[in-house]
Design a binder for this molecule. Structure first.
Ligand code: SF4
Length: 327
């Protein structure tokens, strides 16, 4: 686990709207407010878990961080370089240092291309034209992720789900990035394979000094791998804390509800299950005030009128709720 306090990434007031077009002229008739004024840091060498229900904007944040999407507003600093506005050669250089692992690596692999060539594609794009050197580097990474030399010429359909995710990890790692967005990388895998892939990610983090954002909807998986955890709800970050602090002492009613659904390690401690009312509201028209208020079991008058700021309750435990005050 990380001890670093130096920030690798600093995100300030990040906003992402997706236009909804309609009518004969296909004008913008509405905006999906996927990410709304999000600020956080990622410390060098840590794993920051980003958790929330599907549709909360966590994958959009991951894609914004490595400029797979352009932000609507806000800044993203990577070692003091601005990702949000980088263009051309500067953006290409940044991309080499930041990679992504997807939930389903199969969909991003060409079924007619041997996996060795797919893994080496990034090296080719970044100028390594020599076939022998490329193959050597690819095979070195394949060994690191638990693949064998004879896999090099095989095609994606010849691999199991767990092996395909190892291919996805090798593709991300071959350019020797500093930062990897892990976007639900184990959600589609069997539980027994999940822990193998999580352990592999941790080993690689130690060996290569990697920094991760680990995106998932499963609180248990996030607990297994994260140093700190940020909880998202409907485009906003509502709570951030060190892993142990967040799981032992959740302060936001939404985090409390998410945690109430997972079994405790200590069977003597009882936690009451909190059932959330209704579905996540539409990001086309999010609720006023605290976005969680229509589902919150402890909402008060002010909650529907005023949006609570994300404040530090003490020791880096941040929470956005009118019921919480700094200690
Ligand atoms: Fe619930 Fe109000 Fe806190 Fe929002 S601000 S989480 S509605 S108590």
């Amino acid at each position: 686990m990380s001890e670093s306090t130096e920030n690798l990434i600093e995100v300030e007031h990040l906003v992402k709207y997706f236009p909804v077009r309609g009518g004969v002229l296909m004008r913008t008739v509405a905006q999906v407010k996927a990410v709304e004024d999000v600020s956080f840091v990622v410390k060098r060498g840590e794993t920051l878990g980003l958790v929330g229900e599907s549709g909360c904007g966590k994958s959009t944040v991951g894609k914004l961080l490595i400029r797979l999407l352009d932000p609507t507003k806000g800044s993203i600093k990577f070692e003091d370089r601005d990702i949000a506005t980088a263009e051309g050669a500067a953006l290409k250089a940044l991309r080499r240092e930041m990679q992504i692992i997807f939930q389903d690596p199969f969909s991003s692999l060409d079924p007619r291309t041997p996996i060795g060539d797919s893994i080496g594609e990034g090296l080719l794009i970044h100028g390594l034209k020599d076939t022998r050197q490329r193959q050597n580097q690819v095979q070195e990474i394949m060994h690191k992720v638990g693949l064998e030399d004879y896999h090099y010429k095989r095609y994606p359909h010849e691999f199991s789900g767990g092996q395909r995710q190892r291919i996805g990890i090798a593709r991300a790692l071959v350019l020797r990035p500093k930062f990897i967005v892990c976007d639900e990388p184990v959600s589609a895998l069997d539980v027994s394979i999940q822990s193998q892939v999580l352990n592999l990610l941790r080993e690689l983090q130690r060996e290569f000094g990697l920094t991760y954002i680990f995106i998932a909807h499963n609180m248990s998986v996030v607990e297994h791998i994260s140093d700190r955890v940020a909880v998202m709800y409907l485009g906003k970050i509502v709570e951030v804390a060190e892993r142990v602090e967040l799981y032992r002492n959740p302060q936001h009613p939404y985090t409390q509800a998410l945690l109430s659904a997972i079994p405790l390690h200590n069977a003597r401690i009882k936690r009451e299950r909190i059932i959330l009312k209704g579905d996540v509201p539409s990001p086309l028209n999010p609720p006023t005030g605290c976005r969680f208020h229509p589902r919150c079991t402890v909402a008060i008058d002010i909650c529907s009128r005023e949006e609570p700021p994300l404040i530090d309750l003490g020791g880096g435990h941040l929470c956005a709720c009118h019921l919480r005050q700094p200690k």
